[in-house]
Design a protein around this ligand. Sequence first.
Ligand code: NDP
Ligand code: MG
Length: 382
Amino acid sequence: MKYISVLGSTGSIGTQTLDVIREHHDELKLCAITGNNNIDLLEEQILEFSPDMCCVMNEENALKLKNRLKPNIKTEILGGMDGLIAAAEYYKSDIIVTAVSGMIGLQPTVAAIKANKTIALANKETLVTGGDYIMNLANKFNAQIFPVDSEHSAIFQSLMGNNQKKINKIILTASGGPFRGKDLNHLKNVKLEDALKHPNWSMGKKITIDSATLMNKGLEVIEAKFLFDVTPEQIEVVVHKESIVHSAIEFCDHSTIAQLGLPDMRVPIQFALFYPERVENKYESLNLMDIGYLTFEKPDIKTFKCLNLAFDALKTGGTMPTVLNAANEMAVNLFLNKRISFLEIGNINEKIMNLHIPQKIDSIETILEAEKFAKHTIMSIL
Ligand code: NDP
Ligand code: MG
């Protein structure tokens, strides 16, 4: 039996992780869950899975949930960041699925690494904000990190049986999001509702907006650099609107290996939970004859500037990716609250990067300081 903690169990990745656990309940047991606002769903999850621990980041909600539960329920309810960290380092957990949205995932992930846990990493912002610091820490504490993001799972799977040092390039595929093929004139007037309509994937709001700006692909470029130790020049982004080829690696002998499948996040989640085993499931089969053809095109980096900003941040290094990630998180929030327009997200990210003098990351404090810089600077220019 493998014991699993799911940080962000009420979200898109979190609920799909619980689907996988439900389907494989003979081998997987949920022992800790966390959420923030959705205490109705947390309550349902407690009743169904009886985890030992449930943490609600929002302390008021934690109290509300505690008061709702009948006295015979054994699940311990915790609140705040301390609770999130307790779930991340819970002694029973074998695997921690990091499925919270945003850089709030940093401290729990660091705690899980220090507790020698295996991490199924969905929360890409953690790796973007922490970069080498996180990877070095994972090395030091012998904590394994298995990617959940579909592209990185594809790269990870394509690497199996191969030598990472023999990678020529990584081919990172992108759906292009809801505004693929549109120009700046069109994007000036797009509404929040339009940006939230992703053509292939149903995901949380933050990542859906990131997919529309192509920032998601930018964050994934940074994530790939740190996970697979390649240079930015070795990462090629290709728009593939069908989302069937999840990514590929070209090796030094010019043989290219890709991983394909229908767009279903439960596949990479299951792979991370059972690695290195392959386990049967009931999901739909890929039928290439039904799909007919697959298309590939260059990303439009003039219209979607966020992708280039990510490459720039990566090349600059230090705290620049941290600041880009924090600026973007805040800008996306402002857009979700209808306070700025769609195109302003990229403009804000660019401005904050231009105002930042990057530092070397040698501690978690440097990361938190850089995040604070981004947030304060945005407030001052709004
Ligand atoms: P969702 O928005 O659907 O879920 C976010 C989860 O985090 C929820 O459980 C939410 O709790 C919790 N949460 C939100 N804010 C806080 C906070 N301040 N403190 C503690 N917990 C919080 O996101 P997704 O599942 O879509 O994405 C999660 C992560 O996985 C992201 O980093 C994303 O980039 C990555 N990812 C997602 C993919 C997808 O298909 N969805 C694909 C690849 C990567 P509550 O609901 O209770 O408020
Ligand atoms: Mg992805």
